[in-house]
Ligand binder design. Structure first.
Ligand code: F0G
Length: 460
């Protein structure tokens, strides 16, 4: 008999422990916004109804991850938890050296402090903000080389996260001596959570080989990327996601990793590579900043939770649910005429705030205006990814970012479809009043990563 097919997205888990969400009124939220100087990073989480600020470290751990926590061994050196962790990482990413760190940016900081420096250039399909900041902090230049389709909001290209191979070739032809390594971010978070194809990775690998350059993956959302490859790339449809992940790893020489995303951790990360000398230099820096090499900045129990999470994230039932639920939100917004980036990313739906609030100049921060309105209207916390995040240039001037997006990032296994239906209603309400949104100006900002701590004021 044929397997019956049902339309409803089946959440392949049931709830085991619940966290209360406290309702708030619009008037209360106006007050919270003023207290936070209109910066959503400064709002207290208990004043948020649906927190879509990030999918990083905000997912729900499984019963088996909590059980693994009990198995954690807190020995300073040589903990069995370290070996369980490295075995789980190497099952998917068989690099010679696996160095635990407390989160992704620690891996970036360590790696770039070893291989970066003034005069160096690091190409990436698109740097995430901390990656860019860590490259630039060493005096090196961070260059984004996405394919043109990645910048085109209407393009339906299946792999909008791909790197522009011709641009990479051109950069290496001119400046090979200055490039310590080539980076590919999977999925391309700042480019809309869009995937990179195996074919593109092979192309990058070929160019790296011609110029003798190592290829590193920023692999936070590797499982989502592999699922998209399975769904969209020719010849991949019947394959196990874990095998696709191993193919991606085999094309690279190393990786940085935030285990707060696909590995289902609330904290953690790693740095991995094949090069022995580079690993020695990185471990020496690690000891200064993170801890002994068998725990990085983590507790043994965290290492065990990650090892378990890595076995769960490559399961097809989970990934099918994950990618479909992101698309469910994206489709609903699209059907209500709200401009969103499509195809939808893996971990988030991105509203095109520049298109939604057309009357605002990019330097009036349309993304900020939409994000603040989503919070005020319905207590939804999202994240501006646009001119607030990227507008400040290394020379101190300000320029519009290539896009002004508002990211609705979906924590893993955390919210139900009813929560998402509520989000859809709130978005609809904000969109209906978008013409009246006021722009913002920044009244105080730090030197780097200004989106986290800047103070804002609505424009008159
Ligand atoms: N690389 C990518 C592609 C990321 O998305 C992130 C974090 C990092 C590196 C840094 O990792 O946070 O563990 O230090 N992204 C989160 C986000 C913060 O909201 O997209 P981290």
């Amino acid at each position: 008999m044929d397997e019956p097919t049902f339309r409803t997205i089946f959440e392949p888990f049931r709830i085991h422990s619940v966290e209360p969400l406290r309702m708030s009124t619009r008037a209360e939220r106006r007050g919270y916004l003023r207290d936070a100087a209109f910066n959503l990073f400064q709002v207290r989480a208990e004043h948020v109804l649906v927190d879509l600020l990030t999918d990083s470290g905000t997912g729900a751990m499984s019963r088996d991850q909590w059980a693994a926590i009990q198995h954690g061994d807190e020995s300073y050196a040589g903990s069995p938890s370290y070996y369980i962790f490295t075995d789980a990482v190497r099952e998917l990413f068989p690099f010679e050296h696996v160095i635990p760190v407390h989160q992704g940016r620690a891996a970036e900081k360590i790696l770039f402090s070893v291989i970066g420096g003034p005069g160096k250039v690091v190409p990436n399909n698109t740097h995430f903000d901390t990656t860019r900041a860590n490259v630039e902090a060493t005096g090196a230049l961070a260059i984004d080389l996405p394919v043109v389709e990645g910048r085109d909001l209407s393009s339906q290209h299946p792999f909008k996260g791909n790197m522009d191979l011709a641009a990479l070739e051109d950069l290496l032809a001119r400046r090979a001596a200055d490039v310590p390594c080539v980076f590919v971010t999977i999925t391309n978070n700042s480019g809309g959570g869009q995937p990179v194809s195996l074919a593109n990775l092979r192309g990058v690998r070929g160019i790296c080989d011609r110029y003798g350059k190592p290829l590193f993956l920023d692999a936070c959302r590797f499982a989502e990327n592999a699922w998209f490859i399975r769904e969209r790339e020719e010849g991949q449809a019947e394959r196990e996601v874990a095998d696709i992940v191993r193919d991606m790893a085999a094309l690279a020489d190393g990786m940085t990793m935030s285990a707060k995303k696909d590995p289902m951790g609330n904290i953690g990360g790693w740095l991995a590579m094949n090069d022995d000398d580079l690993a020695t230099a990185c471990r020496n820096t690690l000891i200064l900043t993170e801890g002994f090499p068998t725990y990085g900045g983590l507790a043994g129990r965290d290492l065990e939770a990650l090892a378990q999470g890595l076995t769960e994230v490559v399961q097809h039932d989970y990934l099918r649910y994950r990618i479909r639920s992101t698309a469910y939100l994206g489709t609903a917004l699209q059907e209500r005429g709200i401009p969103v980036l499509s195809p939808f990313g893996g971990h988030a739906v991105y509203i095109d705030a520049r298109a939604l609030a057309r009357h605002l100049d990019p330097l009036e921060y349309p993304g900020q205006a939409v994000a603040v309105a989503l919070y005020e209207t319905g207590g939804i916390r999202s994240c501006e990814i646009g001119t607030v995040m990227f507008g400040r240039q290394p020379d101190g001037t300000e320029a519009p970012a290539s896009m002004d997006l508002v990211r609705l990032a979906i924590p893993r296994r955390t919210y139900t479809q009813s929560h998402i239906d509520y989000v859809i209603e709130v978005c609809e309400e904000v969109a209906a009043n978008a013409d009246a949104l006021r722009g913002y100006r920044i009244v105080a900002e730090p030197k780097t990563l200004r989106h986290f701590t800047s103070s804002f004021e609505p424009r008159p």
